[in-house]
Write a protein that binds this ligand. Structure first.
Ligand SMILES: Cc1cc2nc3c(=O)[nH]c(=O)nc-3n(C[C@H](O)[C@H](O)[C@H](O)COP(=O)(O)OP(=O)(O)OC[C@H]3O[C@@H](n4cnc5c(N)ncnc54)[C@H](O)[C@@H]3O)c2cc1C
Length: 488
């Protein structure tokens, strides 16, 4: 979502320039949405409305020898979507559905489209059909993600037996450093297909994406409160019973023995297509903010409220795609500060991967670590992922349990370092168990942790320069790792 200032600026620019819109006179600052800790000054913010304009931006930047950074909805938190003094391309106006093959369940969309618009469009197109298609997975926790940003981070949802998003991608078009649009798939330009998915915008501008849809299904949510020690077994049992989606939201009450040890286990089971969809209770943005406020102020009560709410929805029925939509308020940090005061702060996420049989033991040690570091966890979840055997910078190196922590981070050097220290501690616990972590959320990992988890990183950077020798596509994230690996 554009900030009010950006919106006014962009609207004015739309009026002034019929094609490419640029801010040339004043300083342009951009930031990530969730942590608000990546404030960056860019040379220009361009809002192209067509894929031809995208190509024109690349050609023009090449002529001027300027770097380009690419941003979608700005949810990454490691500076992947911005580069200081670059031309920053905001892709969100490229939001159309290009074609929908209802025979094969293939949908081609512009890369700036966000999940709600994609879902709305295909639902409208097949309203009266007996057999309908839907997305297999999207991120949980928010909806305002672009498809381009989702591909570039190779995201995942809460599927119980799913690989990351690459498994749902048929092809995409990429505007390369020469300004040419090329098609990448498993059969064409395969190396680029494997590099750009999960490649954080370093190989070109994704213009369009063709996504495999899956048959939409009706599902029943079944909720129970269980202990983390039973989780691996319960996940297995749910999979054996053909449940499709599920996660475990753990207690974040650090004063309780249940801290990371007890949680709300919600899973989704296919039901007969004739059953009605009945989901009377749902979490709206305000309810979500209320729960978040409780997590800041009274984590015991927050878990109780969350558990009661979820248990009360057990048995409700949903569609497989729309059940993945989530409430989220982009300005949650400010709203909470207005309500409860305190220092400027926000949440930084981390996602840690551990072999599934090491999950309980990891959670127990993670609880000790977070205790001793006095770290406040505002919410956290466990999900599953299957091995990704396609993308170059694959994070799902084996079937893992994925543990997500949202840490309260005070916006002071000390506050940020405190969260970074806990993230590094959690990564060490994962590495000790053959696990890993997600590159999307921060770049706090120590160099040796990056190399242990992503031994292919140096080769990834070499391949970036093979495809983009002039380093047209850059980000602060890229610059950081370029320097790190140059000195290693
Ligand atoms: C609250 C929250 C919940 C989240 N939940 C999940 C989750 O459940 N699962 C998960 O996997 N991730 C999750 N994420 C992470 C999120 O999926 C990624 O950060 C994703 O990249 C965000 O998409 P975006 O549109 O905001 O992209 P941005 O953050 O704007 O960009 C991300 C990357 O994509 C590149 N990019 C964007 N568009 C293009 C394009 N058209 N061409 C080439 N490169 C492009 C950018 O350069 C950048 O490197 C979550 C993040 C938040 C803040």
């Amino acid at each position: 979502m554009l900030t009010r200032r950006e919106f006014i600026r962009t609207a004015a620019l739309f009026a002034l320039a019929p094609r490419i819109l640029a801010e040339r006179e004043r300083e342009v600052w951009v930031n990530d949405v969730h942590s608000q800790l990546n404030r960056t000054r860019v040379r220009e913010l361009l809002v192209p409305r067509t894929r031809d304009e995208l190509a024109e931006i690349v050609r023009s930047a090449s002529q001027k020898g300027l770097p380009i950074s690419i941003s979608g909805c700005r949810h990454s938190m490691g500076g992947q979507q911005f580069a200081a003094d670059s031309i920053c391309v905001d892709t969100r106006s490229l939001g159309r559905v290009i074609s929908f093959d209802q025979e094969r369940g293939l949908i081609e969309v512009e890369a700036g489209i966000q999940w709600p618009e994609l879902i709305r469009t295909y639902l409208d197109a097949q309203r009266d059909n007996a057999k309908q298609w839907g997305i297999a997975q999207k991120q949980t926790g928010a909806d305002t993600f672009t498809l381009g940003g989702s591909l570039s981070s190779n995201v995942h949802g809460r599927g119980l037996e799913m690989k990351p998003l690459i498994s749902n991608i048929e092809s995409f078009t990429l505007i390369n450093a020469d300004g040419k649009s090329i098609r990448c798939s498993r059969d064409e330009n395969n190396e680029l297909f494997r590099l750009a998915i999960g490649g954080y915008g370093l190989f070109g501008l994704i213009g369009s994406v063709t996504l495999w849809l899956v048959p939409r299904q009706k599902l029943r949510r079944i909720v129970e409160i269980i202990r983390a020690g039973d989780l691996p077994k319960r996940f297995e049992e749910r999979i054996a019973e053909n449940f499709l989606y599920g996660d475990f939201q753990f207690s974040v009450d650090e004063k309780s023995p249940d801290f990371l040890q007890r949680g709300v286990f919600s899973c989704y089971q296919p039901i007969d297509k004739h059953e009605p969809i009945v989901a009377k209770k749902e979490l709206r943005d305000d309810d979500w903010l209320d729960l978040l406020r409780l997590s800041y102020t009274d984590r015991e009560k927050a878990f109780q409220r969350y558990s009661d709410y979820y248990l009360s929805t057990s048995g409700q029925t949903y569609w497989s795609d729309t059940s993945q939509l989530s409430a989220y308020l982009p300005n949650y940090a400010k709203k909470l500060r207005d309500q409860i005061g305190g220092e400027e702060s926000s949440l930084i996420i981390t996602e840690i991967y551990v072999p599934r049989d090491a999950l309980s033991n990891f959670l127990a040690e993670a609880a000790e670590l977070l205790h001793s570091n006095r770290t406040i966890v505002i919410y956290g979840t466990v999900r599953l992922i299957e091995k990704d055997d396609e993308s170059f910078l694959a994070w799902a190196k084996q079937p893992y349990a994925c543990v997500i922590f949202n840490l309260l981070t005070v916006h002071t050097p000390g506050g940020i370092e405190a969260s970074a220290r806990s993230f590094r501690g959690l990564i060490d616990l994962a590495i000790a168990r053959g696990g890993s972590y997600y590159l999307t959320y921060h770049k706090f990992a120590k160099p040796e942790q990056v190399m242990a988890c992503y031994p292919q990183f140096k080769q990834f950077l070499d391949l970036k320069r093979k495809y983009d020798p002039a380093e047209r596509f850059q980000s602060d994230w890229y610059r950081y790792y370029r320097k790190l690996f140059a000195s290693s």
